[in-house]
Each structure stands twice: as C-alpha cells, then as structure tokens.
Design a protein around this ligand. Structure first.
Ligand SMILES: O=C(O)C(=O)C[C@]1(C(=O)O)C=C[C@@H](O)C=C1
Length: 289
C-alpha cells in the first residue's frame, strides 16, 4: 500500500505511518512538501497520505487544514506521537563546533527557546524534514552543522547526539491525520470523533448558537480552529473537532447544524486514537473485513 508523507524514512511522519500500520507493508511515497502529499493522493500516486495537523508547542499547522479541505479529501484516522528533539552532528563534532542548525520549520519552532541560547552569529536554517536534514549532513560530511530530529534519526544515519530533549516543553506531542479521497473510507468501526467545517454569517451570536446546538446533542468539543476563507477577505471558516458516544446523535447534530450554517461539511468521522491503535485499515487489508 502506498502512503504519501512529507519527508523520508526516520522522519516523524514515517514514525506516524508505522504507528498507524505496524503490520502492513507500506511503500512510502516521499514528498518534499505537504502540498505534494495531497497531490500524490489526488493523482493516485499514493492511496493515502499522512499529514501533521497540530503540535502541542508549535500549534496548528494551518496550511494542512487548507490542503485537506481544498481537494475534497476525507480524514480516516489519527495518530499521536510523543516528540522528543535531539541535536545531532557528525561523530567528530562537539557542541562548541556547531555554528548552524538545520531542521523542519515546525521542529525548529518547538526548540525556539533552546536555540536562543546560542550566540547571535549562530544560524538557524529551515530545511526539509528532520531526517533529510540529518542525512544530508552525514552524506556530505558537513562539519560545524547540526540537525534537530528524533533519536531514531541519529541511529539510522550514524550521527552523534550532542544534546537531548531540547524542545521547549518536555511534554510535546504532534497529532497526525490519515487522509484519502473522499468516500474511500474503510473503517468498519463506529466513529466516536469527527472533524466538521462550516461558515457563519457575521451576526451577533451565530458561533455561540452553533456551539450550543452541538452541545445540545452531547457533542464534546475538543478543538476549534478558524481559518480565512480564501478569496473572501475577512471571512472565516470554522473547523471543529468533536467526540461523542452515540454516532447517531452526531449525524442528527450535523443535520440540524447544516440548516443554520453555511458550507457545512463533515471533513471526517473516525475513531479517536489517543491510544495509537493500528489503523482499522490494517485489519481490513489482512482479513478483508
Ligand atoms: O520533519 C519531520 O520529521 C516531520 O515529520 C515533520 C514534523 C511536522 O510537520 O510537524 C512532524 C512532527 C514534528 O512536530 C516536527 C516536524
């Protein structure tokens, strides 16, 4: 099965794929940017894509909301990874030799306070994914440069860890979503979580009424994210994550909400996966049910 990610083997996206599909043979479709991931799913080069959507230090990865929304993709599943960051360089280097650091922009954001401790001439360079940056340092034998990546990357590419757990807050998690073409859903599990999207008229109380309606159907709101509607200045769309016990109540709530909001859409109804259970798809592929 082909799954597109931004990054290469060893990146956190790769780890998320392994988390979702521990028993399935996966061919990673390695992309250099998030929009390439959705393009690959759109044009069939990959059946599914995995995208980071939010991090507990860096916040929402907003462009990925737009990418999922723009091309009528659906969210099928989610995975949570504990993210611990490490500073790594060639075996010959020690921390005083380092004058520049390379990593994924979101990884650098997670280590902002740590990076402030280096002298002003120290360069912070946004690159590709964490693993590619580390690999490049190793393959080109780049002295004086370090990468920020997960421990698995140092092991995989033979780099020396110069500093450990360097993200600004010890507890650090990233949430990833599994996406595919709309309607290509596979899970036989009853959903207990969903992401919905809608727009509202700019009138007093419209958002409050929408949220009250969700509450009246026992929907537990876990996240709300507003994003500009592209091409319509100062208008916003709301992406809301809810968890629920009774899927029928969720569908009743969406039916009611659809009548009072604009551009309503269920971006995905799936199973909440804080425990990081393998994706249902693994079972479907193995047993056909
Ligand atoms: O560069 C990587 O290893 C990634 O998988 C990217 C990414 C991200 O996009 O947030 C994934 C998880 C971490 O939050 C840091 C970086």
């Amino acid at each position: 099965m082909k799954v597109a990610i931004q990054g290469i083997e060893g990146s956190f996206h790769d780890e998320a794929v392994q988390q979702l599909f521990p028993e399935t043979e996966i061919e990673l479709v390695k992309c250099e940017a998030f929009d390439q991931v959705t393009q690959c799913v759109k044009n069939g080069k990959a059946t599914y894509g995995v995208l980071a959507i939010e991090n507990t230090i860096a916040g929402s990865i907003l462009p990925n909301y737009n990418l999922i929304d723009a091309d009528e993709f659906e969210i099928f599943d989610e995975a949570f990874l504990n993210i611990q960051m490490y500073l790594m360089a060639l075996e010959s280097e020690s921390i005083i030799d380092i004058f520049e650091v390379h990593s994924h922009p979101v990884a650098l954001l997670q280590c902002r306070e740590y990076l402030r401790k280096f002298p002003p001439q120290f360069k912070i360079i946004e690159g590709k994914d964490t693993a590619s940056e580390a690999k490049r340092i190793r393959e080109n034998n780049i002295k004086g440069a370090a990468a920020i990546a997960g421990k698995q990357v140092a092991n995989r590419f033979g780099l020396k860890i110069l500093d450990s757990n360097i993200q600004d807050i010890k507890e650090n998690e990233t949430r990833f979503v599994l996406i595919g073409k709309r309607g290509a859903s596979f899970s036989k599990k009853v959903p207990n979580k969903a992401t919905i999207k809608f727009q509202l008229d700019s009138e007093v109380g419209t958002l409050s009424k929408a949220l009250q309606l969700l509450a009246s159907y026992d929907m537990n709101l876990t996240k709300i994210q507003s994003l500009p509607v592209l091409g319509v200045p100062w208008r916003y769309a709301f992406f809301v994550d809810v968890t629920f016990g009774d899927p029928q109540k969720f569908y009743d709530a969406t039916e009611a909400l659809n009548k009072s909001v604009k551009e309503f859409k269920i971006v995905g109804a799936y199973t909440q996966n804080k425990e990081n259970a393998p994706s249902e798809l693994t079972k479907v592929l193995a047993h056909g049910k």
